[in-house]
Design a protein around this ligand. Structure first.
Ligand code: ATP
Length: 593
């Protein structure tokens, strides 16, 4: 219970921070909404008694006109409150939704990359993103309507007490089975849905395979549509069948609880009818009690539903905070050092790294150094650990043991964002941004002002300038397939854009992971024959399986099974006749033969 109250306090804090003005307006209007119906019932009673009195005394209708006006005014105010209440709460919801998305997105981009290796992270993210935008507001609304319900209910029960104490008690007792039911099933449904998160993500994945752009070609070519439709159906059925079974059971019991309430109304009708016939109650009083009981039933329902809703909120809001409270571990550890431009070398000292869930190290006690301005080629068979090593160098992950030193300082003591500013990388799985071509290149350093000339320069070096220039709106043409008036590029053209993006960044360390895998022979030749000129003044790491490009490096590092097995220049390694020599011979032998 203590834990839930703490979560509610945190959630209400979010509601308040997102829109304090709208939250206050929401509370005030709710209080008004709880008082006005009671005033209305009271006025109706006075009006009916006035009418009967006037009918009996023959005094005419003039005396009741002010009462009739008062009824209409209060009714009108009540309507205004309802309409403006829904406007205010819509406004508050929009503000909160945007605020919560901002929190979620800021957290998602800050979180350590290693989180993306855990399926549990995706479960947590998926639960948080489906709950976060609206759940805190729900808590506020439930609290407000609980107090509103309680206030109105107390007033109505007070009114009913004047009829008979048992009627007030009846009002409360008949609603108890309903609330028990709601609480009981809230627990069952929450735990069921939590267990179902991996399955729900699975169906979302099959849905994407069936409707997404990237899978669309293979799905058609291999005729996989029906296969994935059946996988989706099966996964969807698994989730929904059990949920519907739980809901069916709940609905059945709800019917019984509704029956209990109906019997209570019957009892009240009989009591009020008997006492009116016997003359104990006036017509006005009779109407007042009937309306009060009906209104009381509504309020108690509101009150109990809000209570049950709060219980549900307590279960679900925890998921949002579970995500928002995830800790970042790749941070600047004390004593913090401010990274400066590389002066001498990057030194990797005995680093090892195992991906979560793997039982083998992807990087195993690796040591080497890169001198400022050097061009290093990293080669080795698939799965040797080259890309993982780059992620460790750029501090996307921290190694399990060993360290990376930037001019002698451990990079663990540096702010990762400040440190990464010194790197520019073309990843193997580089990003395609469905944005204007120029913007795609500017992404390399979004803070650069007056970037146009530099963007064109980078595009020229990567061999994509002419292509962009010939697009209908040149550098302003949106590329990709997602939006109107956009132009799709070939994979190699996208790769050139990614290369231009990396060059535009002008970072002192340039890392290219398979940068020429889709480049045509001319572009590749053009880039690599001028590689030294292009990378002048920068330290570069080139990962490639193309040995024609490897030989331009000052030093070659050969990796196998997560370890470095050879290092040296092309000549040295060829003389050594080890793994490098073997791989080189196989590749060049194919061409010669
Ligand atoms: P390639 O030449 O095919 O690009 P690579 O040398 O870059 O290969 P890495 O991608 O670094 O190799 O992978 C090294 C090892 O780590 C492989 O055994 C791979 O299966 C494993 N690995 C890579 N990424 C992950 C991941 N996200 N989760 C778990 N294991 C991974």
């Amino acid at each position: 219970m203590k834990g839930k109250i703490r979560l509610f306090r945190k959630a209400l804090g979010l509601v308040w921070d997102s829109a304090p003005g709208w939250a206050t307006a929401n509370i005030l209007i709710s209080v008004l909404q709880s008082i006005l119906p009671l005033v209305l019932i009271w006025l109706i009673k006075l009006l009916i008694d006035g009418i009967t009195g006037a009918a009996q005394s023959g005094s005419g209708a003039a005396g009741i006109v002010p009462l009739a006006i008062a009824v209409v005014v209060v009714y009108f105010l009540d309507e205004i409150c309802t309409d403006s209440g829904s406007y205010i709460s819509s406004n508050q919801s929009v503000k909160l939704e945007s605020y919560m998305y901002n929190l979620l997105h800021s957290k998602a981009v800050r979180l350590d990359l290693i989180n993306f290796e855990h399926p549990g992270y995706y479960d947590c993210l998926s639960r948080a993103s489906s709950e976060a935008p609206w759940r805190p507001n729900n808590i506020l609304n439930n609290i407000v309507s609980m107090f509103r319900g309680l206030l109105s209910l107390t007033l109505m029960a007070g009114l009913l007490l004047t009829l008979h104490w048992s009627v007030a008690i009846l009002l409360v007792v008949v609603n108890i089975p309903g609330i028990w039911l709601r609480l009981h099933y809230a627990d069952i449904l929450y735990h069921f849905q939590r267990e179902q998160t991996p399955e729900a993500r699975k169906s979302a994945y099959f849905n994407w395979l069936l409707t997404g752009d990237r899978p669309s070609r293979e799905i058609r070519l291999f005729n996989l549509g029906n296969y994935f439709i059946s996988l989706f159906k099966e996964s969807f059925r698994k989730q929904k069948e059990e949920e519907l079974r739980i809901l069916r059971k709940r609905t059945l019991i709800e019917l019984i609880s509704a029956l209990v309430k109906a019997s209570a109304i019957l009892v009240l009708l009989l009591v009020v009818a008997r006492r009116t016939i016997s003359g104990e109650l006036s017509l006005g009083q009779m109407t007042m009690f009937l309306l009060a009981f009906r209104q009381g039933m509504t309020y108690i329902k509101v009150f109990l539903s809000s209570l049950a809703g709060l219980y549900e909120d307590g279960l679900y809001i925890g998921d949002t905070f579970e995500f928002l409270d995830l800790k970042e571990r790749v941070i600047a550890n004390p004593p913090v050092t401010i990274p400066d431009e590389l002066k001498s070398e990057i030194r990797v000292e005995g680093i090892s790294f195992t991906y979560p869930g793997n039982d083998y190290a992807s990087i195993n006690k690796v040591s080497f150094e890169i001198k400022k301005g050097e061009i290093i080629a990293l080669v080795g068979p698939n799965g040797a650990g080259k890309s993982t090593l780059i992620r460790l160098l750029t501090r996307l992950y921290d190694p399990d043991t060993g360290s990376v030193k930037w001019d002698g300082s451990d990079i663990r003591n540096m702010d990762p964002e400040a440190y990464r500013k010194f790197f520019s990388v073309v990843f193997q799985d580089f990003m395609l941004y469905n944005l204007p071509a120029g913007e795609n290149i500017r992404m390399g350093n979004i803070e650069t002002a007056d970037a146009d000339l530099k963007i064109r320069k980078a595009a020229k070096v990567s061999g994509v300038h002419e292509l962009i220039d010939n697009l209908p709106r040149g550098y302003n043409t949106t590329i990709g397939t997602l939006f109107d008036d956009s132009r799709e590029l070939s994979w190699g053209e996208w790769q050139k854009i990614a290369l231009a993006r990396a060059l535009f960044r002008e970072a002192p360390v340039l890392i290219l992971d398979e940068p020429s895998s889709s480049l045509d022979a001319d572009t590749e030749y053009e880039i690599f024959s001028r590689f030294r000129e292009i990378t002048e003044g920068r330290t570069s790491i080139l990962i490639t399986h193309r040995f024609t490009n490897v030989s331009l490096a000052d030093r070659i590092i050969v990796m196998e099974h997560g370890s470095i097995t050879e290092t040296g220049s092309h000549r040295e390694l060829m003389r050594k006749k080890g793994k490098y020599w073997e791989m080189y011979r196989k590749q060049s032998g194919r061409f010669e033969s």
